[in-house]
Write a protein that binds this ligand. Structure first.
Ligand SMILES: C[S@@+](CC[C@H](N)C(=O)[O-])C[C@H]1O[C@@H](n2cnc3c(N)ncnc32)[C@H](O)[C@@H]1O
Length: 350
């Protein structure tokens, strides 16, 4: 776009914020001065920096961006600000440079996520501004390597509960309600798939069980090992659990199943049933929706707190996958505002 405007003889400047990808996963953003092509780091999943949502922002990157916007406001016909987001609405980020740009009389091009368009227009005094829908709000699903990279990067800060304002809100209560659905006795073995730092496992360990955990992310497992040195932890995947057949009296999981793609649901349940003792139960807690309409309503209600990179499953798809894998008594229990626990048992005989 900037190139096209320049071909029309217009001076274009401002800032763009390209993603930084590691194994296909967004782990930060750069900020680029469109006049010079120079870049600085803007934010990263890893400290140091100013924490905001799941990123740490670089004071140096922000100062560089605001200086670029101030220069652009003096020199250019068209000033690009990519993006005006939650940080700017909180009065931080690119706000100083944006204020200068708004006062300059330059033609502004702002990138804004769909859920914030109205608020940005109102707050910036741009009620008449044209809106062009770029239709880029639904990225492709994450790869397995992408999911591993995401949780490896988040492991150090995961337990601070930064996600608690979004779809994960109330997760501790939902875990407690799901733990009440687990049927195990002291001394029996429990496997938590996607154990993370051990939130669900820890509740079930209180019953005197022997806890095992499997997770895709070595860094989440390392954090879990620090807090729970007595757990038996293994790197692995829903679809290939590194444990023997029929070896667990209960299988549990919290907020991990939705990282699978729909064609993986039934194979995941087959693997769960392989490692369960016959006649025993799995309890799978996650952010799930009864219908697409419910999922759309939740997305609209949560606005900017909804993470478009996550794909939350529909309950009928999960229930059908469990039943088709051979589970009996498959039931969905509502345990929180957006949280459901799916239970089912492994049949005793053929
Ligand atoms: C949102 S965290 C939840 C962690 C923990 N169960 C809790 O409730 O706090 C999701 C976890 O699932 C793991 N995970 C994601 N996809 C997985 C997969 N296919 N197999 C095993 N673990 C997976 C991630 O590495 C991460 O530790």
């Amino acid at each position: 776009m900037a190139g096209e405007l320049r071909r029309q003889g217009l001076g274009v400047a401002g800032v763009a914020s390209p993603r930084v990808l590691r194994d296909g996963e967004t782990v930060g953003y750069q900020v680029r001065d469109l006049a010079t092509g120079e870049e600085r780091s803007l934010c990263s999943l890893d400290p140091p920096g100013i924490p905001f949502r799941r990123f740490f922002f670089s004071p140096d990157g922000l100062a560089f961006a605001n200086a670029a916007l101030e220069r652009a406001s003096q020199d250019a016909d068209v000033v690009v600000v990519d993006e005006v987001g939650p940080l700017e609405l909180a009065g931080d980020g690119f706000t100083p440079g944006l204020r200068v740009a708004l006062a300059s009389g330059a033609f502004l091009v702002l990138t804004v996520r769909p859920s914030l368009v109205d608020e940005v227009r109102t707050r910036a005094g741009l009620a008449e501004a044209a809106v062009v829908d770029l239709d880029i709000s639904h990225p492709p699903p994450r790869t397995r390597d992408g999911t591993r990279a995401l949780f490896d990067a988040m492991a150090a800060t995961y337990d601070r509960g930064d996600g608690e304002a979004g779809p994960l809100a109330g997760s501790a209560e939902s875990i407690a309600r799901s733990a009440a659905l687990v049927q195990v006795r002291a001394g029996e073995r429990v496997l938590d798939i996607g154990v993370g730092t051990g939130a669900f496992a820890e509740r079930v360990a209180r019953l005197g069980t022997e806890v095992w955990g499997v997770d895709l992310s070595p860094q989440m497992l390392a954090r879990c090992r620090e807090v729970h040195p007595d757990y038996h932890l293994r790197e692995g995947h829903f679809l290939s659990l590194p444990v023997p057949d029929g070896s667990f009296h209960a299988i549990i999981s919290s907020f991990a199943f939705h990282h699978l793609a729909p064609p993986e649901y039934a194979p995941a349940f087959r693997e769960i049933l392989r490692v369960l003792v016959a006649g025993r139960r799995f309890v799978l807690l996650d952010i799930l929706f009864a219908s697409e309409a419910d999922r759309d309503a939740a997305r609209a209600g949560l606005g900017d707190l909804w993470d478009d990179e996550e794909i939350y499953p529909l309950i009928p798809e999960v229930v059908e996958a469990a039943a088709s894998a051979g589970a009996r008594d498959v039931t969905a229990h509502r345990v929180g505002a957006l949280h459901w626990a799916i239970t089912g048992t492994k049949p005793r005989g053929p």
